[in-house]
Design a protein around this ligand. Sequence first.
Ligand code: GLP
Length: 242
Amino acid sequence: MDVSIFADAGEASSALASRVAELLRRIPALVLGLPAGRTPIATYTELCRLHAAGEADFSQATVFLLDEFVGLDASHSGSFRRFVGQHLLSGINVDPERVHSLDGLASDPGVECERYEEAIAACGGLNLLLLGIGVNGHVGFNEPGQTLNARTHRTVLLEETRAENASLFGGAQNRVPREALSIGMGAILRADTIVMIATGERKASAVAGMVRGPLTTQLPASFLQLHRRVEVYLDRAAATAL
Ligand code: GLP
């Protein structure tokens, strides 16, 4: 893994945004995978700024969001679709027709997951996948456990993950949905380039496991070691256990 350590979260976020903009200039019809989470907000803000400055044109790009809570529609204040819409999509010129997300209200989640898997494949897979990491080492909503899923799937969220996401629900963990839909490790590992951002000391242990630990389903991000092109953007605090 190509690990870069920056003085602070702002510098890591700016460097990542510049990298995304650079790839976008090289491949205007970029197929992008994007996460929710607090960590990428600063990167998204900087991408909106770069777009306003004429340095990032998303007009030909395609976006796939990584995951969504089961039971929420795209307009719900806790939904990841709304979150990425608010922090990024509303500030760039991506064609709404080319923004894909998992439908948390799908009557048959299995069919919805297959639809998503096929939609990503129909675009030729993800060119650039932006990832955050959970404190417990999850990527997307691929949670630690006995097994990992290669394909897009429905998953039961761990209580620690519900706690981490409580801020989207007014701080109430009991309002965080118990299940989510997430792309699987297959689509993640098939992405041409993966860029991962992690900031803050709370992520240090997961980051160390991801970069140096054994491959284990108990720390899903460790599987990124199998990928040829992973760039990791860290602030100093997230790098303290390396
Ligand atoms: C969320 C998302 C992940 C995200 C992670 C970290 O639950 N499913 O895609 O990377 O948790 O979020 P944060 O950046 O808020 O710590």
